[in-house]
Design a protein around this ligand. Structure first.
Ligand code: 13P
Length: 254
């Protein structure tokens, strides 16, 4: 476990203003759990209100357009997300790659735009069940990640977080074994060291995502090279999300 675990809630397409009470509760409790870095990525419509509501936790976006402005009906640029209060953007989530046909090159362009707008990035990667069954998970994920990384990344240790999310584990209640997570995160670590050098490559946090819950968080967070978690369903109530944050605080103490 990294020195300061990073626990990020991805609210996906969930949440109206009523959810701000959950954000507030997460924020207030996190003020007593400073060993853990806590953040949430609400839908765009709640970024500004969440940003105003919280004092301690980070607030981020779930995507951004690669251009700073222009004729792109319905899209939101990195500059606009940052202006609303987002300090980071989640990019390359498998749901974006699947639902919107996002290529690695587009993810890299979005990541570049987010950095340009002064945000940190959480870059997602992960294999399908077929790829894992074919024994190709590690080669697929490292290739996908390498092709999705932006070229203008100057301080990876500050600006970049990687999230490994096997597609078959998202929202399914299934998770890889601790050994499989450790092996994948070690392969990602080796790529980061190859790209950014020993010192910086070792400092980039690699989160695990996919069916993380309060009940399994401790075990998953203890896997090799896991620096935190990207949480979907279990981040939607303060109670379950804080259960995960507390498990991370325990691992940081251990
Ligand atoms: P679940 O935690 O709901 O499996 O979602 C994981 C995820 O996709 C977070 O980005």
């Amino acid at each position: 476990m990294a020195e300061r675990p990073y626990i990020v809630g991805n609210w996906k397409m969930n949440g109206t203003r009523a959810m701000l009470a959950q954000a507030r509760a997460i924020d207030r409790a996190s003020q007593n759990l400073m060993k853990v870095e806590v953040a949430i990525a609400p839908p765009y419509t709640l970024i500004h209100a969440t940003h105003r509501e919280v004092e301690q936790i980070g607030v981020g976006a779930q995507d951004c357009h690669p251009d700073p402005e222009g004729a792109h009906t319905g899209d939101i640029s990195a500059t606009m997300a940052a202006d609303a209060g987002a300090k980071f953007a989640i990019l390359g989530h498998s749901e974006r790659r699947q639902d919107h046909g996002e290529s690695n090159a587009l993810v890299a362009a979005k990541a570049s735009a987010a950095l340009e707008a002064g945000m940190r990035i959480i870059l997602c990667c992960g294999e399908s069940e077929e790829t894992r069954d074919a024994g190709k998970a590690e080669s697929f994920v490292t290739r996908q990640l390498k092709a999705s990384l932006p070229e203008n990344l100057e301080s990876p240790e500050e600006s970049l977080t990687v999230a490994y999310e096997p597609i078959w584990a998202i929202g399914t209640g299934r998770t890889p074994t601790v050994e499989d997570i450790g092996a994948m995160h070690s392969a990602i670590r080796a790529l980061l060291v190859e790209l950014y050098g020993e010192e910086q490559g070792q400092l980039v946090r690699i989160l695990y995502g996919g069916s993380v819950k309060p009940e399994n968080a401790r075990e998953l967070l203890d896997a090799d090279e896991v620096g935190g978690a990207l949480v979907g369903g279990a981040s939607l109530t303060a109670e379950s999300f804080l259960g995960i944050v507390m498990a991370a605080a325990d691992t940081a103490d251990a």
